[in-house]
Design a protein around this ligand. Structure first.
Ligand code: GAP
Length: 447
């Protein structure tokens, strides 16, 4: 049974490794702090989360376009965006006088953890310094001619630098949005809490460009806050575990006129940021116009006026959504007199949609029929599993543990009486018989 909140986090971390969701990055070489790899089930779950974002924020709408910008961007982009230098992507650090390790000055947990490392020895901390989190590298064949480039610290700038390209190729009417999903990199000083604070992570973002104006800005900001909240709920969260929190003026990023987070009530540290909704005003387009020399204004054909649009941004972390989804879904209960753990995942995102079993492995007619059904379902849903290993109870538990919503069993009634298959529900353990030709429709209706 889950005994404490930390216990829940530990169970999720252990499940992730044991069942192939998440592994330490380059584990056989000792790993890198704040870097993780996703295993076979992890990539499916991530894919489904991202697909759900793409569906709701891009495909379901007429006013949003998608792009896929490059990770490497020249230094000038980051000067324009304000991320290079003291304004942007910086954290305050202090240095320990005993081991010279640097930790975040504004994270009390990091200070406390570090003190614990030195037991009762008294640490004298240095004065706080500003540390820039952008990850830099070089492109070019020789040291002398190589140019400094940055791995993007937020995916946002890839959208802004393509604003004009989208205008010229798609001719959108105001207001319109550009969405993107992709990797971002930050040299976090204290990566921690498993997938929560990483050095390499993925973001899902929408930049929604609007006509400048305080009233329009407020209206659009409220609208997108709600869309982002509803999207998060759609991942299967209980409403009471999510909340909005407005940033205090001194907490806002340099580009933001207003900023709200959607927070999740985590078991490891209480309320923590899941998404940020930012009112970026004309900060980015104006700065890129200045720094690139390109005119990034919009001409409104109907109103016959030209302006630099304002930007309302929804920015979410894929890895954080992934972690929070697992923490929310992890459940232990008693079923049929046995304790079990299962992931109560929404069927929309579960890594496996359904599993197909022949009741017995050594009865070729059962195996053949189960394989036939498995192939049909796999063609339709992709993520379908065939399992004939061990007794049925064990097979159910294996699927419960990874959150598979339905297990379908081919038994003698299927063959002898042409009487469908049993479909077992993950959460209740209840079974019903469904005719084979109706299986696809049944599962679709439940998703
Ligand atoms: N473009 C705006 C932006 O990047 P942010 O609040 O710095 O804003 C947005 O990041 C989201 O990206 C966060 O809400 C979080 O979900 C995710 N994120 C940011 N830093 C992260 C990190 N180090 N590890 C994992 N996810 C992170």
């Amino acid at each position: 049974m889950i005994e404490s909140k930390n216990d829940l986090m530990e169970k999720v971390v252990s499940l992730c490794k044991r069942r192939g969701f998440v592994f330490q990055g380059s584990e056989i070489y000792g790993g890198l702090s704040g870097i993780y790899d996703y295993g076979p089930l992890g990539v499916e779950l991530r894919h489904n989360i991202k697909q759900y974002f793409w569906e709701k924020f891009i495909n379901d709408r007429d006013d949003v376009y998608g792009v896929g910008a490059a990770i490497l961007m020249p230094e000038k982009v980051w000067e324009a965006s304000g991320h290079v230098g003291k304004l942007g992507l910086v954290d305050p650090v202090v240095e320990c006088n005993i081991c010279h390790e640097r930790v975040r000055a504004d994270q009390i947990e990091a200070i406390v953890d570090h003190q614990a490392k030195h037991k009762k020895e008294k640490i004298e901390w240095s004065e706080p310094k500003v540390f820039n989190l952008l990850v830099e590298t070089k492109l070019g064949a020789s040291e002398e001619t190589a140019t400094k480039v940055y791995l993007r610290g937020e995916i946002t700038q890839g959208v802004h630098v393509n604003f004009k390209n989208v205008l010229d190729s798609m001719h959108p009417k105001m207001p319109f949005g550009i969405g993107q999903i992709g990797k971002a990199f930050r040299n976090e000083i204290t990566p921690r809490d498993f997938l929560f604070r990483l050095r390499e992570f993925e973001q899902m973002e929408l930049q929604y460009y609007i006509r400048p104006g305080e009233e329009e800005g407020k209206k659009q900001f409220e609208y997108w806050k709600q869309i982002a909240f509803d999207w998060y709920l759609g991942l299967g969260f209980k409403k009471e575990n999510l909340r909005f929190r407005q940033h205090a003026p001194d907490e806002r990023a340099h580009y933001a006129k207003d900023a709200w987070d959607i927070e999740y009530n985590t078991p490891f540290a209480g309320w923590k940021e899941a998404w940020g909704i930012h009112h970026r005003g004309d900060w980015d387009l104006k700065r890129h116009s200045e720094y690139s020399g390109e005119d990034l204004s919009y001409y409104d054909e109907e109103k016959k006026d030209r302006f630099i649009p304002w930007d309302i941004e929804c920015s979410g972390g894929v890895d954080r959504a992934f972690l929070f989804v697992l923490l929310e879904a992890y459940t232990e209960d008693e079923l049929g007199g046995e304790t079990r753990s299962y992931l109560k995942l929404s069927p929309r995102i579960s890594p496996v949609t359904c599993a197909v079993f022949p009741l017995l492995k050594n009865k070729p007619e059962l195996v053949e029929k189960a394989r036939e059904i498995y192939k049909q379902l796999k063609k339709e849903f992709g993520a379908v599993v065939f399992d004939d290993n061990g007794n049925i109870g064990k097979r159910y538990r294996r699927q419960d543990e990874i959150g598979t919503p339905w297990c379908l069993t081919v038994d003698f009634e299927t063959i002898e009486k042409n009487n469908g298959v049993t479909v077992r529900d993950r959460d209740t353990g209840e079974q019903k018989r469904i005719e084979v030709p109706e299986l696809i429709e049944y599962i679709k209706s439940q998703i």
